[in-house]
Structure formats: C-alpha cells, structure tokens
Ligand binder design. Sequence first.
Ligand code: CAA
Length: 279
Amino acid sequence: MNVSVVGAGTMGRGIGQVFAQAGHDVILIDINRNVLSSAESNIKESLSRLNRKGLLKESIESIIGRIKYSSSLEDIKNSKIIIEAVFEKIEIKKETLEIISKHADPQAIIGTNTSSISINTLSQYVNGKERFLGTHFFNPVPVMKLVEIITSERTDGKVVETIEKVMIEIGKDPVFSKDFPGFVSNRILMPLIREAILTFEQGVASAADIDKTFRLGMNHPMGPLELADFVGLDVCYDVLEVLYRDYGDPRFKPPITLKNMVTAGKLGRKSSEGFYTYR
Ligand code: CAA
C-alpha cells in the first residue's frame, strides 16, 4: 500500500519507518528540507540498531528503498493512508489538513498524530469527516507498541476497522479512546509528570531521587522527570494547558517551574537542558 506521512519530525519519521518496515511504500513529506535529511539519517540509525539485534525481516537497504522524501504535499495523491504528524499547534494542523484534503484521493483514510488536540475540532478541516480519525503514536515509534485510535462523532466504523487492522499489521497493539482531552494516555500521564514537577519544585526530593522512585519502586523504564525531558518540556506544557483549559480542573494546571523552564528555552533532551543536562 502507498502511505504518506506528513511532517518528518520525531514522530513522523518514526511512523514512516514502521510502515516501510512492514512493506509499505512510504512518502515522507516535510516543507523543511533540513528536517527531511535529518529524518533520513535518523531512520538509517534506528534501522541499524534494530538490525544489530536481528529484529529486521529484510535488509536495511530494501526498507530504506521503500521510503521517498518529498517537500510537496501534492505527492500524497496516490496514498491510501495519510498520517498527518506536523507540529502540535492547531493552526499548523488546520492548514496542513486543508491542503491534504485538497490533494488526497477521496477514498484515502486520513489519520492525525496528536497528543491532545480534539479530533472533532480537527475533523472540521478535513474534506470527508467520516474518513478521519486520531492515530496517536508513542516515542520512540519504532520501539513503542502502542497506538491510541481516537474517533470523532463522524468517523465511519469501517475506517476504524481498517485502521485497526493496518496498525496490527505494522506491529502496533492499538487501544481505543473517545475524543476527550488527552485521550487515555496523556490524561493520566500528564498529571503524574505535573505532580513530579511540583514535588521537585517544593524541594521534597531531588530530580534524581524522584525518578529513581519510579524506576526502582514501580519498574518504569524512566522516572517522570526524565520522561518529561524525553517527551519535551514544551510538549508537556502545551498538553497540560489544553487539559487545564478543557477540563477546568486544577489537577492539570501547568506548574510555574515548567513554564519558567520552557520560556527560558530549557525544553529537555532536544535543547540539551531540562531537569537534567545532556551533552
Ligand atoms: N529505534 C530503534 N531502536 C531503539 C530506538 C529507536 N529510535 N530507541 C531505542 N531503541 C532500542 C534500543 O536498541 C534498545 O533495545 P534493547 O532493549 O532490545 O536492547 C532499547 O530500545 C533501549 O534503548 P537504550 O539502551 O538506548 O536506552 P534505554 O534502555 O534507556 O531505552 C527507551 C530507551 C526505549 C526510550 C526507554 O527508556 C523507554 O521505554 N522509555 C519510556 C518511553 C516512553 O514512555 N515513551 C512514551 C512517551 S509519551 C509519548 O510519546 C506520547 C505523548 O503524547 C507525549
């Protein structure tokens, strides 16, 4: 099947990679050519890691050979599945979904990778609401098995069935969520991260000890502050803001420390500085 992934950032490149690994022809699209070339080298690196552990069914070259890189959204026209994975900003998603609607095959299924934006809201920008749904992947996409499938009030049941099958076929294990802010994952994860930040802010324990509590006490692979750095502190802040606004519940209120760090450009791993430094 021909699949397009629009947006070649951390999530988009991972999504493109897993489709190609499963034998699909992938077009990875981004308007920024630098992002495309960094996606290309990152995908090679990720495939090499998987290959070293004997996890690939075929050669790296044949998988890479199925991925085309493009900066033109018109190239989606032959795709049966289109996954939008651009920045988590509603105006950017709106603009992208409107252009996708213009060029997409009328039968194509359109999924959006979003961590917190309402699927019903985004469906307004898609021509053919019944073929649109949320497909929320987890970072690092080639490693994490989960995908959350989120439907709008108008998503066709057959589209959900098809996407479920496709997700299983590419090695994911889906869960289903209604379109409530944060779906299942971030509705529960973000208050944990928030509470960890408040615990740190109040000087109850060091960042290292807060994280160690979760790694050694609860067997989490990363503690909540390490995970916040990994996800991106800006992303955590944006998601908490959406949850706080939409539920109106103070348990989602973004902590002041988080706001200060984000506005100071401490975004976690991607800026080499967050609750920890990465150099
Ligand atoms: N591609 C391929 N393989 C990768 C990889 C990638 N991009 N990243 C990591 N790996 C593999 C490694 O090869 C290694 O495999 P083995 O265990 O089989 O040897 C394994 O993953 C572990 O890698 P590392 O040794 O480098 O590092 P680690 O042991 O610290 O694991 C991790 C890294 C997989 C990220 C792990 O720490 C982890 O699972 N952390 C939690 C991640 C998580 O919760 N992600 C979800 C975030 S929430 C989100 O994404 C949604 C949202 O809306 C905010």
